[in-house]
Design a protein around this ligand. Structure first.
Ligand SMILES: [Zn+2]
Length: 281
């Protein structure tokens, strides 16, 4: 992730394992652990908010980290528009289509691939055939996990963006690549490796491959990032999730005068969800 030392960084869907470098955390669920791996961590400024109605001012952040959240979206276009509204750059990570079929998370709504630098999204209409099989293998077999890590470019989509998120939503049920094509399958497996200068054929294949398959391993955590974190007052970045206007802050609640909405502050954590979603927190 290309995060500069002074960047103000938001993480959305930070859940039980926030990134070290995130200055502000945002998650929709405080108590409900259904769609994550453990209890929420709120060890720094934290806001309960919905990624599709983010409670932050326009351009409040330099960078937004969003890993393993986009595939949960109800309205993926609204979700992406909100990321672009609150930050000037960011990083999106999701399971790839291959990972999605292999692991079959029942609560994911989108199949995601990265083709020529663009996110290609298709609505997921079935869960996939393997149930819990590979989750169990991952939990019990170190060799399988080593294999998963070695081929993480096959199982993950990693997309860093600046200013604009290049994406399209496709209605077609077909995958945007043909794994019956040996060259496509081989290139997917090679992932992070670079094509040799001698192989013109290989390079030609290479240019047709999604960038994520070439991306190779990227460190998600920056050493020393904890000390690089910026001190931030939530009142300077948070906003009404409906009108994105300023809030009036009291000790136990924040208010949007324009919309006549009040938001609870629970143990120092503002619950900035729209009224129809507030029950979920
Ligand atoms: Zn408002």
């Amino acid at each position: 992730m290309n995060i500069a030392p002074n960047d103000l960084v938001l993480e959305i869907g930070s859940g039980h394992n926030p990134k070290v470098r995130a200055d502000v955390l945002c998650d929709k669920y405080l108590l409900d652990d259904t769609e994550r791996g453990g209890a929420i961590v709120a060890d720094r400024p934290f806001v309960v908010g919905d990624a599709e109605a983010l409670p932050f001012r326009d351009g409040a952040f330099d960078y937004v980290i969003c890993t393993h959240v986009l595939e949960h979206a109800q309205d993926v276009e609204r979700f992406i528009a909100e990321l672009q509204r609150v930050a000037t750059a960011g990083y999106i990570e999701t399971p790839s289509e291959v990972g999605e079929w292999l692991y079959g998370w029942e609560y994911h709504r989108w199949l995601v691939n990265r083709i020529d630098g663009r996110l290609v999204l298709r609505r997921k209409t079935e869960r996939g055939p393997f149930g819990r099989l590979f989750h169990e293998m991952g939990a019990t077999d170190a060799d399988f996990m080593a294999l998963h890590r070695r081929y993480h470019h096959v199982f993950l989509v990693q997309h860093e963006w600046r200013t604009k998120i290049d994406y399209e939503v496709r209605d077609t049920g077909d995958a945007p690549f043909d794994l019956d094509d040996e060259a496509v399958a081989t290139a997917m497996l090679q992932g992070g490796a670079r094509p040799g200068p001698m192989s013109r054929v290989k390079s030609a294949i290479w240019t047709r491959m999604p960038d994520s398959w070439r991306a190779g391993s990227k460190g998600l955590l920056t050493r020393g990032a904890r000390s690089a974190r910026r001190r931030v007052d939530l009142r300077d970045v948070a906003a009404c999730p409906r009108c994105k206007g300023s809030l009036r802050w009291e000790s136990g609640a924040a208010h949007c005068e324009a919309d006549g909405l009040s938001f609870e502050i629970r143990d120092g954590i503002p619950i900035l969800l729209l009224p129809d979603e507030a029950g979920a927190a």
